[in-house]
Design a protein around this ligand. Structure first.
Ligand code: 13P
Ligand code: SF4
Length: 304
């Protein structure tokens, strides 16, 4: 079927089912065209809570849909492609986290939302890249186990006096950005501001003018007088920024910064999702209730 026809069909079904489509910034452009809301992990969590819809179709990866199901149990949450996952989220399990808690009994657990519901259930509080520093500094305990992203954890450790126990997780998409890329790009575009996501390697972040979540990067461009930017995150953001600001110049920090899991979500998959109510995300109550506490605690300190 042609994209135009699929889009018409999706729009019709959205009304019939009282459904909304929430999309992360990293999905395909045609998917973002049918989305009711596009944002970063934190704003997507908030959008899921605030939505009046009966059905949420999540154009993103598994942990995002799972978070929506945790905080909105009365809604039906659908992930159009069940194996759209996040390799970083799979780098920590509930068992491995329990072992770390035994090793550091004094520590609180701060869990990046890029993690499973079972891992969130074992954590004290969640964070996203937009609020990680505030979340860590809001905790009374002096010691923190920060899971699973070692790069975000390292970045946070530079902005707190707490002792951070890092986990050995990482995002392969952001790790594809290398300091060699940056040296070259800085020479080629000496006036460009480098806006980087904190999932990048520390040696890459050293080149950054600003270190921000994906929404933060978009907002920074909006408010900046600069006209040239090197973008250190998934390359879909470069496309979004070029479209939004045709008079400014944007260079991807690496063409290899590509999240193939986010790109698994296609228009056809969204149509199928709405037609057949697939694939519903269920979180068992014993996990959901505990995971919700960790997410609610984060949302409480990120109200604005
Ligand atoms: P944010 O959307 O929180 O910036 O995180 C980026 C990311 O990698 C999501 O999977
Ligand atoms: Fe996971 Fe990285 Fe893809 Fe985000 S960009 S979903 S952290 S693999």
């Amino acid at each position: 079927m042609e994209n135009k026809l699929i889009i018409e069909e999706i729009k019709k079904l959205k009304i019939e089912r009282n459904a909304v489509i929430l999309s992360h910034f990293y999905t395909r452009s045609e998917v973002q065209e049918v989305a009711d809301f596009i944002g970063d992990s934190l704003s997507l969590c908030k959008a899921a809570v605030n939505s009046k819809a009966d059905v949420i179709v999540f154009a993103g990866v598994h942990f995002m849909a799972e978070s929506a199901a945790i905080i909105s149990p009365q809604k039906t949450v659908l992930l159009p492609v069940p194996d759209a996952g996040c390799p970083m989220a799979d780098m920590v399990t509930a068992d491995s986290l329990r072992a770390a808690k035994e090793k550091h009994p004094e520590a609180s657990v701060v869990c990046y939302v890029n993690s499973s519901a079972a891992v969130k259930a074992e954590s004290d509080i969640c964070c996203t890249s937009a609020n990680a520093i505030n979340v860590v500094n809001s905790i009374e305990d002096r010691e923190i186990i920060f899971i699973p992203d070692k790069n975000l954890g390292t970045f946070v450790s530079l902005h707190t006096d707490k002792k951070i126990h890092l986990w050995n997780g990482f995002c392969h998409v952001h790790e594809n950005i290398r300091d060699e890329n940056m040296q070259e790009l800085k020479k080629l575009h000496p006036d460009a501001k480098f806006l980087a996501h904190p999932e990048c390697r520390p040696e890459v972040l050293e080149f950054a003018d600003r270190i921000l979540s994906t929404s933060g990067i978009v907002k920074e461009v909006e408010g900046s007088g600069s006209t040239e930017f090197i973008i250190g995150t998934e390359r879909e953001i470069v496309r979004i920024l070029k479209k939004k600001y045709p008079d400014k110049k944007f260079y991807p920090a690496s063409e290899k910064a590509f999240c193939y899991n986010m790109k698994k979500i296609t228009l056809e998959a969204i149509l199928n999702s709405l037609q057949n109510m697939e694939y519903e995300i269920h979180v068992p109550d014993n996990i959901r209730v505990k995971a919700r506490k960790a997410l609610d605690r984060m949302l409480e300190i990120s109200r604005s």
